[in-house]
Design a protein around this ligand. Sequence first.
Ligand code: SF4
Length: 506
Amino acid sequence: MQTTDVICASVVTIKEFIAMSEAAVKPLTEHSPEEIEKVQNWINTEEYKEQNFAREALVINPAHACQPLGAQMVAHGFEGALPFVHGSQGCASYFRSTFSRHFREPASATSDAMTEDGAVFGGQNNLFEGLENAYTVYKPKMIPVYTTCMPEVIGDDLNAYIKNAKQKDLIPEDLPTPYANTPSFKGSHIHGYDSMLLAILKDLTVGQKVEGKCTGKLNLIPGFDGNTGNLREYKKYLEAMDIPYTMLADITDVFDSVCDGTYRMYAGGTKLEDAADTINGKATISLMKHCSPHTMKWIDSEYSGSKDILPLPMGIRKTDDFLMKLSELFDKPIPAALKAERGRAVDAMTDAHQYIHGKKFAIAGDPDYLLGIVSFLLEMGAVPYHILCSRSTKKFQKELQALLDTSPLYGSQGKIYINKDLWHMRSLCMTDPVDGIIGDTHCKWVARDAKIPHFRIGFPIMDRVNIHRTPVIGYQGAINFLTVIVNKFLDTVDETCEDQWFEMMR
Ligand code: SF4
């Protein structure tokens, strides 16, 4: 009888269930529809914008991730490497899920899952157990270690802990175990990228420098770029010009891997012996200077060959500069195929120019991407209007301003906002409207409220598919990006125009 009662009690209609759910989430305070509408209107005003920009302590929807996520991107980019998070399991899940959602691929990484006792007594025991398990179970060729906030706050000594783990034979003495301190209360994912790349190169190149040796190769550092299509485009250029190269932290086959029924835990990545030999390279080029300042400083003092820092090659001019630099360094002509590709890009830009000329854009993202996007928009006669970087420096602001100043007509209208978030961006777009917003998935709320199109670029992009496979750098990238923007504007015209203006030709 009792059992029947329980069963009967659990069988409720959908209607009853919804009524129960609504009762369960009773709001703490009641607001009239008029009050809600008043506030909804008020947050779109200049008055609210001023208060929004006066806020200091709170960050809402920032356009950046934390340092260890950048470190993990680098760690994934080396052959047989198992990224290892020293810190909280929740943080590790955030990094892995962000990569998986963006690339739609597994992101194999492990964590020593520090909890309260680790926070009080230090995380050495967690690291010991984690390293031993990770090595025994997954047999990696390298374990790059990086930290979350918790061990950084308590000051865990990774250097000593890893040495101790090797002395205790928990992992082999000769297993490369580079580590980077990646405190998230300063910097962002690009700083974590820099720290981890530096740590890995320092570790792998120990004792590898040979006086007089030159590999004849280019070392290419692409920077924190969630677009595997961009990396493949660099390879295409280098192969077309017959330039031997080592791409450092190469995530192409890791996060853009084949689907053939076989799971490969360690697909792709820069070969460790190639990375070790980069110290004897003919030349090193870093393509996103804000992602590798410390790495390049160290490379400058330790590596053979020439060193150059170039901007992300977005648009015609910056792609020209990149290819001309390659040509100069390796004494190779620009192949006819690439010249033709350039010609097609210029043609595509000319054909589409009328639809984008004078359009105003809001842009949010990492420093190097912002420089690339602004440069591209200026080439198209568009106006980079609200430009926002949620974590950067006055130095970067000056650099971006100098780029805007090169275009008195279009660049002079742009305003730069550093260390502001996307809630600030919302205020900007509601009070001083633009025609579209360019940035990662986090920008979609601004686009929705401001009723403007959102052009997805950067990292992460979790709400659309395959964008990470479509290059936005180089000549082909210019065509791709331009096509997406212009066709969206044309779609909007078709969707919103009155019948008499619904034309075959646009
Ligand atoms: S900010 Fe700190 S606590 Fe948050 S995910 Fe990053 S490392 Fe973890």
